[in-house]
Write a protein that binds this ligand. Structure first.
Ligand SMILES: NC(=O)c1ccc[n+]([C@@H]2O[C@H](COP(=O)([O-])OP(=O)(O)OC[C@H]3O[C@@H](n4cnc5c(N)ncnc54)[C@H](OP(=O)(O)O)[C@@H]3O)[C@@H](O)[C@H]2O)c1
Length: 247
């Protein structure tokens, strides 16, 4: 039986991915900063562990408790929307600590066991903002674009050992806790001088033509984790797939 460890499984895409892999018969280690057993299936194949991807001790403890795994899904992430000029550098660093360095640290921590066994897959969840530049998301895009380049390069050296590295690029889901999870209010990051520029963009956000569902992302992570061909990128959701086609 295969085992997947998923970061940020307390809500949204990560939670649905945990449920989906369980339903496909995998053993699932659903990690979250504050463990909650009640949101997932009660099952001998489902285990919840605490993990904060920005804390090296937390990573080491979680991976020790997890034991041998076959797949790592780096899903944990935080958002940031606003004018870059108005965004505190302390928060830009926090976004990178989670979305970029957290992914790298988790990846580095699992590589030795995958390399030793000459198998395993790392699936990094980025965003459709990497497929086409989106306004008012400069720092967030940078944090995700870094992981696109990182994963593409890493796939080569890990491929030498039979280990795979993949990207899942979800589009916008209005239904996850993503917007609520940002510590900064968007309104505080749009100075008056940007109001005229920002107004039509926010009106587009509130009325998107196409969106992504949690299920779209779970299915794309599943496809990526099980892909034995050379496909690196897996856009997830109707909006992301449309962007990838036009890119
Ligand atoms: N929703 C969208 O529109 C969208 C679009 C494209 C890409 N994405 C990406 O998809 C991924 C999942 O987002 P989502 O929409 O499902 O948002 P979500 O509902 O807010 O879920 C994000 C998860 O990340 C966790 N997390 C945040 N900081 C963490 C840390 N330091 N250590 C461990 N876990 C941490 C959160 O855990 P807590 O419960 O502890 O806060 C939460 O479980 C993210 O990487 C995001 O960038 C989202």
């Amino acid at each position: 039986m295969q085992t997947v460890l998923i970061t940020g499984a307390s809500s949204g895409y990560g939670l649905e991915t945990a449920r989906y892999f369980h339903d496909q018969g995998w053993r699932v280690i659903a990690t979250m900063r504050t463990p909650r057993e009640d949101i997932l299936q009660q099952s001998t194949r489902m285990r919840v562990l605490p993990l904060d991807v920005t804390e090296p001790d937390s990573i080491a403890t979680a991976l020790k408790a997890a034991g041998s795994i076959d797949a790592l899904v780096n899903n944990a992430g935080i958002g940031l929307v606003g004018a870059f000029e108005a965004t505190p550098m302390s928060y830009v660093r926090k976004v990178f600590e989670t979305n970029t360095f957290g992914v790298m640290a988790m990846t580095q921590a699992v590589i030795p066991q995958f390399r030793d066994r000459r198998s395993g897959v790392i699936v990094n969840v980025t965003s459709s903002v990497t497929l086409a530049p989106m306004p008012l998301a400069a720092a967030y895009t940078a944090s995700k674009q870094a992981i696109e380049g990182f994963t593409g390069s890493l796939a080569h050296e890990l491929g030498h050992f039979g280990v795979r590295a993949k990207l899942v690029e979800p589009g916008y889901a209005p239904t996850t806790r993503f917007a609520a999870n940002s510590e900064l209010r968007v309104a505080d990051l749009i100075p008056e001088t940007y109001a005229e520029f920002a107004a039509p963009i926010f009106s587009g956000f509130s009325n998107p033509a196409l969106v992504t569902t949690e299920r779209d992302v779970a299915e794309a992570v599943w496809a990526a984790a099980n892909d034995l061909g050379g496909q690196l990128r897996f856009p997830a959701g109707a909006d992301a797939v449309a962007l990838a086609r036009s890119a």
